[in-house]
Design a protein around this ligand. Sequence first.
Ligand code: T5A
Length: 216
Amino acid sequence: MIPGRFITLEGGEGAGKSTLARALALRLGKNGRAVTTTREPGGSPKAEAIRQLILSGQVKDHGSFAEALMFSAARIDHIDSLIRPALERGTWVICDRFIDSTRVYQGTLGRVDAALLAELETVTIAGLMPDLTLILDLAPEIGLARAARRRRPGEAADRFEGETLAFHRKLRQAYLDIARMEPGRCAVLDATLPPDELAEAAWSILHERLPIEPDP
Ligand code: T5A
């Protein structure tokens, strides 16, 4: 039994995952839990280096399976160096994106064979499934506009932000499909809610699904 709890946040571009991760971490901390927030791709020095490579678009021409391999290589290092050790210490880990991003972006949208991707996932995570996955559901027009507003003047959209609106609409549906197929692990949140209300809704689900026991 790993004593920590593993929570992942998923959804389209600019849905508010990083903002929600910070709010949940604050609240868990106030409730006496050790907590760490992290992100994918990234979260460890080697994985951050892979992040730069993928999001710059340098791997795009090699195809979706190559991207899936790169995301998985980053994930293995992230799990080994940060996530698993934290959970084993009893720390709660909140991770901005994880396996569902690969399933949706490289699987559904990138059309990598589902069985192949499932095998890759199995060897990559070695049993480390999230205890809870919160899916932030938002019309892509709103999320992309939020992401664009946040960019510095002259900064280009990254590898996936630059995809078509049709791509982002399919992505939204693919996340909802995962939530429907795995209701025990996943919960969908309305990401049009203002940050405070979204955090409150997320906290209610977290509290219900992963009760926070008082320290013995
Ligand atoms: N990817 C990733 C794959 O293809 N496969 C994989 O396996 C993995 C792991 C990562 C990209 O890589 C792809 C998916 C992604 O395209 P990224 O830069 O980390 O790239 O992209 P995102 O995860 O989408 O991160 P963003 O920072 O763009 O979005 P967030 O974290 O969802 O949003 P956040 O919190 O930064 O907020 C964005 C803006 O909206 C405001 C914030 O203030 C901010 O300005 N905001 C809200 N506004 C109104 N209401 C709310 N509730 C708000 N919450 C935040």
